[in-house]
Design a binder for this molecule. Sequence first.
Ligand SMILES: [Zn+2]
Length: 202
Amino acid sequence: MKELTIKNVIIVFTDRGDLNQTLSVNRKINFPLFIPNQKHTSKVISLDEDITQEADGIYLDKTGVAVGVLTADCMPIVLFNDRELSVIHAGWRGLFGGIIENSIKMFKEKPTNCFIGPSIRVCCYEVSPDFIYRFNIDEKFYIKREDRYFLSLQNIAKEKLKNLGIDDIFDLSECTACCGKYFSFRKGDFDDRILTYAYLRE
Ligand SMILES: [Zn+2]
């Protein structure tokens, strides 16, 4: 488990050593934690809404509680300013579906910072030629090795964020599929997940 403090926000993310975080018994957190009912949607909810509905992002503007997402290869993203934050589960579906944009709409003041956590990176994230064609992916977002295509979800996210005026981006730059420290769906961890959560300092 690692903890980072950036400005007024504490960000925590687990690793393999913390075991499967889909099981609440494995979570070491002493205050209420809310995790959305993740389904690869682009929907973001706040704590005032029905927490059981399908959503992949969760917004927070108060202290004393944390919000988080469970991932194994998809990107855990935290957007924040000094008083508000949003934690997002973003794979390609959420990213292309506008989950970052949907998240920013919930903020009262525009988020200034972003954290991108452990996720599968261009070294390992192979997609089909059809995928590149179907979504008309710009060549700056993938590399081609022989006839195989490898996509950078992080670079797509960063370009979106910069276009939305968020320049202060901390990308952890650790690949879940090849660094060995995290669970990876593509490497066979079908049921295990890491947890990334964030909360505001008092
Ligand atoms: Zn890799």
